[in-house]
Design a protein around this ligand. Sequence first.
Ligand code: B1M
Length: 214
Amino acid sequence: MNMTLLEELYEAIVDGDDDLAVELTRKGLDDGIQPITLIDDAMIPAMTEAGRRFETEEYFVPELLVAGRAIKAGLEILRPLLSAGDLHHAGRVVIGTVQGDLHDIGKNLVAVMFEGAGFDVIDMGTDVSPAEVVAAIEEHNPDLVALSALLTTTMLSMQAIIEAIDTAGLRDDVRVLVGGAPMNEERAKEFGADAYADNANAAVRTALELVAAA
Ligand code: B1M
């Protein structure tokens, strides 16, 4: 059976073949496939499938790690293209995965989409403490703080971070957007965030609204 390029890219990521993921991402672009189509129709479904296999114990941590490395390698090819489209300055955002949490695939995706929408993005990485977020706000003076958490345990760090921003007297200077699998609107409100977004596209839309309203 002949597979389409999107199916091949999907398979390459599920199999954790980062060289092939890079090759197919480049080929997809050469064939005129939009970066967002490569992300939405191959990369995210592939990571979802790797996650499903993890849950059913067909995959273990090493397979998940190589799948994560493959999606990251593909995204790196797309990053400059997504950013090049929009040169206007939508605002500045500091983004990170909260303390105790090392999941960065969703956060990286949101960061790439922010860049594509014209935001200046300062990526604090993973396992970001309240003090690091406060220091990043003081250093970069962002419009928006974007926080990602993938574990039910680490999502509580979001609340600690928002409290630390408040204690530092900076809460009125920034909007706080939160997201990640265990989050929802209710928890976002409870933790003191300004907004919640459940996927990367919604994150961009919500970020633009928050910055415009401020
Ligand atoms: Co982990 N892990 N993991 N893991 N892992 C989950 C999250 C889990 C649900 C799997 C499971 O057991 N079913 C589970 C959490 C259970 C819970 O707390 N409820 C879990 C666990 C338990 C763990 C460990 C504790 C496992 C262990 O060691 N025993 C451990 C913890 C390590 C740590 O962080 N301290 C661990 C480790 C890992 C790996 C390192 C192996 C790897 C991460 C690699 C990496 O990120 N570099 C990994 C992975 C890959 C997953 C799953 C399979 C996939 C996550 C992912 O990347 N999805 C995940 C199960 C699953 O989700 N099916 C799982 C793809 C990504 C594009 O989606 O991150 O959800 P996601 O991001 C989405 C949205 O959530 C949203 O937009 C993104 C795109 O649309 N979003 C935002 C995310 N951040 C946002 C921020 C926003 C807005 C939207 O605004 C700021």
